[in-house]
Design a protein around this ligand. Structure first.
Ligand SMILES: [Zn+2]
Length: 459
């Protein structure tokens, strides 16, 4: 196959599962990682005293230490006291606009996309999907370039186009960026919607986002005629539809229409039996994206979050006390916070019990208070706070998003998988916040130089 055709395949087929990415060229020599606790990402009990072998960027054998045969001449890495889990996968961010001292389309460069992917990787996220806000052709080009070896040592870049009525779609912050870059496909009719989806399918794109939201009467909202057409056309082409909807009525409508991924959790109304019945029937994937509405952890002086942010940004957020919609503030909690919390907790549990298939998504990229990588750890800890067992939270951050995105080589620790994993100094099955105790991150068998990245971000 000619080189060009190969990279096309690498960039576009199911957005992954392909061995020719830059990160696929792991070290050829075998390395044995020995004697740690292995969380495989499949929801099963952890393997205590486990070992695995990595060669050419792939896991070639894994199991209890005594069952794993080590190749002669393998290098050894001692994992005693450590816990290993698969690299996480984030199915919902908005990449490219955040500049940390500024925000907007002027920051949207391939270098900045790479920077955001490095931030995700720093925190153990090995594949990251930008949703509805990344311009299509530059994003395809970035995927080709990453597959060809540019932009190494970063989270694997995935993206999907977004569709909305003219003047609708992304929130007020994001809209400024997407409008400038013409990143959202604007469609007013079913025919336009079908044509747009066919255009995406022709580029081998497998996912599309729609917004169904009038932003409290301030935006045009996508009509049922249009979103039904999107769903029908997308499914005809084997594509999945991710739907932003924040009210109970809109969530009912889009899930009933057959969307595949529900984005957001209703936070201002209690879910009712009618919706739960729809969920039980349809079982959509679902990204909570709760953390963007939470008080930022930057307020709590948490070095885990602060370490990748410029000191000036941290200081500015901490000094801000007035409430700012879609922007971080460390002022008093909103008077609505307790009610929101109670509603979210109840709705989260009902979504899980009704069979919604939880996957990790953060909405990071809108503001620095909830940003690439650290946000992932906040989001999964929120699930556990709402009662999800930590092992289920890890599955929802690893295996299930890999399944949703068709990333056949990621999501679990198993023979044949890409060696994309996180080594932790503490066990997240005991306390989910131990996902923050990162010793090291490996991408396709290569240890990420986290210290060099920190030095870059603190410059
Ligand atoms: Zn979003």
């Amino acid at each position: 196959m000619p080189r060009f055709a190969m990279t096309m395949v690498a960039c576009c087929v199911a957005a992954g599962s392909i061995a020719v990415s830059s990160q696929s060229r792991g070290a050829a020599a075998a390395v044995a990682y020995e004697g740690g606790r292995l969380i495989l990402g499949d929801g099963a009990a952890a393997v205590e005293g486990g070992s695995f072998v990595v060669q050419n960027g792939r896991i070639t054998a894994i199991g209890r230490q005594e069952t794993v045969t080590l190749p002669a001449g393998a290098a050894h890495v001692n994992l005693s006291g450590k816990t290993v889990m698969p690299g996480m996968i984030n199915v919902h961010v908005h990449i490219g606009y955040e500049g940390y001292t500024s925000w907007g389309a002027e920051n949207y460069t391939a270098q900045n996309v790479w920077d955001h992917l490095q931030r995700e990787a720093f925190y153990g996220v090995v594949a990251t999907q930008s949703v509805g806000s990344s311009p299509t052709d530059p994003s395809i080009q970035f995927q080709r370039d990453q597959a060809a070896g540019r932009f190494p040592q970063a989270s694997r870049f995935l993206f999907m186009p977004g569709m909305a009525p003219p003047g609708g779609g992304p929130d007020a912050v994001l809209l400024k960026g997407t409008t400038t870059l013409h990143a959202v496909y604007e469609v007013s009719s079913a025919d336009q919607a079908r044509a747009a989806v066919r255009g995406m399918a022709a580029k081998n794109i497998k996912h599309v986002k729609i917004w169904v939201d009038d932003r409290r009467g301030t935006y045009p909202k996508m009509t049922p005629e249009v979103y039904n057409a999107v769903v029908d056309e997308a499914h005809t082409h084997g594509m999945k539809v991710h739907a932003h909807a924040t009210t109970l009525a809109d969530q009912k409508a889009v899930v009933r229409a057959g969307i595949d991924v529900l984005v957001h959790t209703v936070g201002s109304e209690k879910l009712d039996e009618e919706f739960l019945a729809i969920l039980r029937e349809k079982k959509p994937y679902w990204t909570t994206v709760i953390g963007l509405g939470d008080r930022t952890e930057v307020c709590d002086n948490d070095p885990f979050v602060d370490q990748t942010l410029p000191a000036k940004v941290v200081a500015t957020i901490r000094a801000t006390v007035e409430p700012r919609p879609l922007a971080p503030s460390c002022g008093p909690r909103s008077p609505n916070a307790a009610a929101r919390e109670e509603t979210l907790a109840g709705n989260f549990s009902k979504m899980i019990a009704s069979g919604a298939r939880l996957v990790l998504g953060t909405d990071a990229g809108i503001h620095p208070g909830y940003t690439f990588g650290s946000a992932d750890h906040h989001e999964i800890a929120r699930w556990v706070q709402f009662g999800l067992p930590p092992s289920d939270a890890i599955v929802a951050a690893t295996r299930r998003p890999a399944e949703l995105l068709g990333l056949a080589d990621l999501g679990t620790l198993a023979a044949g998988k890409s060696a994309d994993f996180v080594v932790l100094n503490a066990n997240p099955l005991e306390n989910i916040r131990n996902t923050r105790q990162i010793d090291s991150v490996y991408l396709h068998g290569v240890r990420l130089d986290r210290e060099a990245l920190l030095a870059k971000w603190k410059k």
